[in-house]
Design a protein around this ligand. Structure first.
Ligand SMILES: Nc1nc2c(ncn2[C@@H]2O[C@H](COP(=O)(O)OP(=O)(O)O)[C@@H](O)[C@H]2O)c(=O)[nH]1
Ligand SMILES: [Mg+2]
Length: 460
């Protein structure tokens, strides 16, 4: 790998004032840098995973910069697989900076984003799927996203992919034994047995593929659009939903006047509420823009809260839009419940919307929002209790596994027709390559690596 003979350094903790900072060093020169800058007579680079307390200086004759703890990891026993150290110093704006520059002066260079993790992959300390979960864990915005990322870092996805890989290899070896039984010791299994086994792997791949969207929702947040007629109380409801006891993660004003996106962590679930422009006959170009944007939000949202003014009731246009959204994604919310208590079931039935879920709320006195949140969270129930022990968390993983699935199903078709084993084996080999690419076996594609690691922060 380019530059892996160089020693790298970076601040591992966030910039700014805090109690402590950690500086990471990795590479061949790590022990000699410590010997030069660190005053501690017992430091021994041959000892495994030791920590030392002492002063860090600019050089062996320099003034001390700080009292530090040095954690030393010899080759093969560190995160990167190389000789590596974490220097724990006091936080703040100066100390860590001075220590990093002393390491740079001693022959290291500044690490690129994700370079420590890249080295870990190159030295077989992590596979690519685990490396991606390091990034996912750092970027997690909800407890659920963090839990999924940790599961993968602990190897859940890698294990599952390893099983799939072995199953395909098994099929391949038996196919190859039928092609050339003189060189193989394997007694090939019958085609009928192969069919069963291939279907089983295919099922496993499909099951894994189905985890991608729920995992995306868990990590990116559940997109909930608030839609309805002007004046129904969408904006007020958004405020009530994201109001007290909620941690607002961010608030992004949209490009049109009336579109606002607010992230809020509620009961462990990350929500992205989108306030939209009211649906009505537009009288100006600007309104038209707002409404077409609303249509787009309706399409892209995971769930839609269709807000109805209880004093007005459902109108024909409302019912048309609600029906179009469909009962899987829509919840009807009768707002302004403080002004008028509407018979929800009657109202819904009258418009033929029998199977739709509904809730009543008052945005001004903040009533009914808990029930609405509960309803929305339940609608995402599949995300919480489906088999989420190994999940696909990145677009790259999903793309590769989809390809693996395509080749495998092509292989299955050929097997069904009892085509020649080498044709079937060809498809299976392609499938195997894609499965292995997720784990990063035989990683030689610089472009793929660059794309993954540029997302990382420096120091990881
Ligand atoms: N009484 C009452 N008034 C409400 C309620 N929700 C909204 N409003 C009022 O209805 C008007 C329109 O609300 P707004 O949130 O701007 O509606 P939007 O156009 O759908 O975003 C405002 O005057 C709000 O104060 C509610 O639950 N009860
Ligand atoms: Mg509004």
């Amino acid at each position: 790998m380019l530059g892996s003979d160089q020693t790298i350094v970076a601040l591992g903790t966030a910039q700014g004032v805090g109690a402590l900072s950690i500086i990471r060093i990795s590479g061949l020169k790590t022990p000699q840098i410590i010997q030069k800058c660190f005053v501690n007579n017992s430091f021994d680079p041959l000892k495994s995973q030791k920590f030392y307390f002492g002063h860090w200086s600019k050089s062996d004759q320099g003034e001390p910069i700080d009292q530090v703890i040095v954690l030393y990891f010899p080759e093969g026993k560190s995160y990167t697989g190389e000789q590596s150290a974490d220097v724990i110093c006091h936080g703040g704006s100066q100390v860590a900076k001075l220590i990093v520059s002393s390491v740079l002066d001693s022959g290291a260079r500044l690490a690129k984003p994700g370079e420590f993790t890249l080295r870990a992959v190159m030295n077989d300390k992590l596979d690519l799927a685990k490396a991606e979960s390091v990034l996912a864990l750092i970027n997690a915005k909800s407890p659920q996203a963090a839990a999924l990322a940790l599961q993968n870092l602990d190897g859940a996805l890698s294990k599952k992919l390893g099983e799939i890989e072995n199953d395909i290899i098994y099929l391949l070896s038996h196919l190859e034994a039928t092609i050339d039984f003189t060189t193989e010791d394997i007694q090939p299994v019958a085609f009928s047995e192969m069919k069963i086994r291939l279907q089983r792997v295919f099922g496993e791949i499909e099951k894994l593929l189905s985890t991608f969207i729920p995992a995306q929702v868990a990590s990116l947040g559940l997109r909930v659009a608030l839609v309805g007629k002007p004046n129904a109380g969408k904006s007020s409801l958004l405020n009530a939903l994201t109001g007290k006891n909620r941690s607002i993660v961010s608030s992004l004003p949209g490009t049109t006047r009336d579109t606002i996106e607010i992230e809020a962590l509620i009961g462990g679930t990350l929500f992205k509420f989108i306030d939209t422009a009211g649906l009505h006959e537009a009288t100006s170009e600007l309104e038209n823009l707002g409404i077409s944007r609303t249509q787009k939000e309706i399409k892209s949202a995971d769930l839609v809260v269709y807000v109805v003014d209880s004093t007005v009731g459902i109108l024909n246009e409302d019912s048309k839009t609600i029906a179009e959204i469909g009962k899987e994604r829509a919840v009807i919310c009768f707002n302004k419940n403080d002004l008028k208590k509407i018979e929800m079931t009657d109202e819904i039935t009258r418009f033929g919307l029998h199977d739709f879920q509904s809730a009543a709320s008052s945005a001004v006195i903040n009533q009914g929002t808990e029930t609405l949140i509960e309803m929305l969270t339940k609608k995402t129930g599949a995300l919480q209790n489906s088999e989420m022990n190994s999940v696909l968390t990145t677009e790259r993983q999903k793309e590769a596994l989809s390809k693996a699935s395509e080749f495998l199903s092509q292989g299955a078709r050929l097997l069904e027709k009892e085509e020649s084993p080498d044709l079937i084996a060809f498809e299976l080999k392609q499938s195997l390559n894609y499965v292995q690419s997720i784990l990063g076996k035989k990683v030689d594609d610089e472009e793929v690596l660059e794309k993954i690691f540029k997302e990382f922060c420096i120091g990881k």
